[in-house]
Design a protein around this ligand. Structure first.
Ligand code: GDP
Length: 465
């Protein structure tokens, strides 16, 4: 398919969703609790619109598969992934480690596992862009004292030591042998190739392949990094058997405890389950669903009994004991590490994800999911944020339709305006700042399209498939 075809198809898909968000939220605002006739009428309209919506989504989705497009997409994603994995392997295994140019990072950023993985991905992206072997210092890791290699394969077979003739802090010089990198929050100067930028040489193909190509890109680094040690993969296999992990299954991640009220709002179980229900209704348009399953991952153990009690028609898969190791007081231990690796693994293997993207746990699961499918960019619902990468420069929209503000909380748009996006309110509107007018406010999401930024990275001309 051409880029034009793919972008139109995706635009129709996402604007079908936006229309549904808008109508649903407007209908909800018409509900008057003391008027039962009206409540019933609105609920009937909502049900019928839901049917229209799922049928439209299904038909648009089929346009991704017809005429050999599914086969093409599978092949193209494998080719691109093989190329990136080969480059990473080449970068990480220099023939002479004593002379190799290196980038050194410490694993132990003072935060949770998802946040630490994102820290390593950031280091790896800088290493890739500047063509330096990434050396990860991980002894004394807060999750496992022995370090990264307690659970994952080392990032190199030939080069793990941080020493060299000359060492300097970022940015150093091209011929400084070893450069140490601070965390993304304090990198200075900021290079242009940090997320959400895509490498120039791959961007044209990734834009055709994927609905949110930067997620695919980040997923490729995780794919390389998270190659499990044999003991880790054995544990995951045993766990899959123990909990009878089977499809169809929707991954639900519910982040509570220390996150709520500080970095994210509280969301009831029912808010997640609405979307799970929606997923299965959609699925039933094309497949017979024998059993509705949910893989539940959470740091709030009580949710297991709540889910089983309130949703008896569902099979709740997962492990309450794992969530007991996830609370802040037990978090940094081998046991909790094995729990979070397990939860992220099975969330990423699910058919669909429902979670809050304010949590790095769910964002990592979603990124890994996108390394397992040619394009999994539509297989999630986030109750709060849109996808972002901590420390990212910005996400851009570009206006494809003009807009005249309806009131002071909205902004004007001219076709071609670029908007730095703050978020989607999941009611038909997004919020952001118009880079031309400097105005901040709401605008209808269907009047914009995503804009992908690119940067110049090392291009590895000698590494080919
Ligand atoms: P964030 O704080 O949610 O953005 O994500 P982080 O990964 O940075 O820190 C949260 C930490 O809490 C995780 O790394 C886990 O150690 C723990 N945690 C949170 N949610 C879960 C969960 O669903 N399952 C497990 N096993 N641990 C969790």
């Amino acid at each position: 398919p051409s880029e034009e075809y793919e972008l139109s198809r995706r635009r129709i898909f996402s604007n079908t969703k936006e229309l549904w968000y808008y109508v649903n939220s407007e209908l909800q605002s018409l509900v008057k609790e003391d008027d039962s006739v009206r409540v019933e009428h609105i609920s009937k309209i909502k049900n019928i619109i839901g049917e229209h919506y799922r049928s439209l989504l299904k038909d648009v989705s089929s346009l991704a598969d017809v005429d050999g497009h599914a086969v093409w997409r599978q092949q193209e994603s494998e080719n691109l992934s093989n190329l990136v994995q080969k480059r990473l392997k080449h970068l990480q295994n220099p023939s002479d480690c004593a002379k190799a140019r290196k980038l050194v990072c410490d694993l132990n950023k003072g935060c949770g596992y998802g946040c630490q993985l994102h820290h390593v991905v950031y280091c790896f992206i800088v290493a890739y862009a500047t063509e330096r072997t990434l050396i990860l210092r991980s002894k004394g890791w807060r999750y496992s004292k022995g370090g990264w290699q307690d659970v994952f394969l080392p990032l190199s077979d030939t080069c793990l030591l941080p020493n060299g003739e000359t060492t300097n802090r970022w940015p150093g010089h091209r011929n400084t042998q070893v450069i140490t990198l601070p965390i993304i929050d304090s990198i200075n100067p900021r290079p242009p190739f940090l997320p959400l930028a895509l490498p120039e040489d791959l961007a044209p193909r990734l834009n055709v392949l994927h609905g949110d190509p930067v997620v695919w890109w980040i997923g490729q680094f995780l794919k390389y990094m998270l190659r499990p040690q044999p003991a880790t993969s054995n544990k995951l296999d045993e766990y899959a058997k123990k909990v009878k992990f089977q499809k169809p299954i929707v991954g639900v991640h519910i982040r509570r405890t220390d996150k709520v009220g500080t970095e994210a709002a509280f969301h009831k179980l029912d808010e997640y389950m609405v979307h799970v229900e929606q997923y299965y209704k959609y699925k039933e348009l094309t497949d017979k669903v024998d059993k509705k399953r949910v893989y539940l991952a959470t740091d709030e153990p009580k949710l297991f009994s709540e889910a089983k009690r309130k949703y008896p028609e569902y099979e709740i898969v997962g492990d309450e004991d794992i969530s007991k190791t996830a609370s802040i007081s037990k978090r940094y231990s081998d046991q909790s590490l094995s729990g979070i690796i397990t939860d992220i693994h099975f969330l990423s293997l699910s058919d669909y994800l429902v979670c809050t993207f304010s949590s790095q746990v769910c964002r990592v699961a979603y990124e890994i999911m996108n390394s397992l499918h040619p394009d999994a960019s539509t297989l999630y619902t986030s109750l709060d944020d849109i996808y972002y990468y901590g420390g990212q420069k910005r996400r851009l929209h570009v206006a494809v339709l003009p807009h005249k503000a309806n009131g002071p909380h909205e902004m004007n748009l001219l076709v071609g305006d670029e908007i730095a996006v703050a978020g989607n309110h999941w009611d038909g509107y997004s919020k952001g700042t118009n880079l031309r007018t400097k105005e901040s406010g709401l605008y209808p999401t269907f009047k914009v399209s995503p804009k992908i930024e690119t940067a110049s990275f090392a291009s590895y001309p000698d590494v080919t498939l």
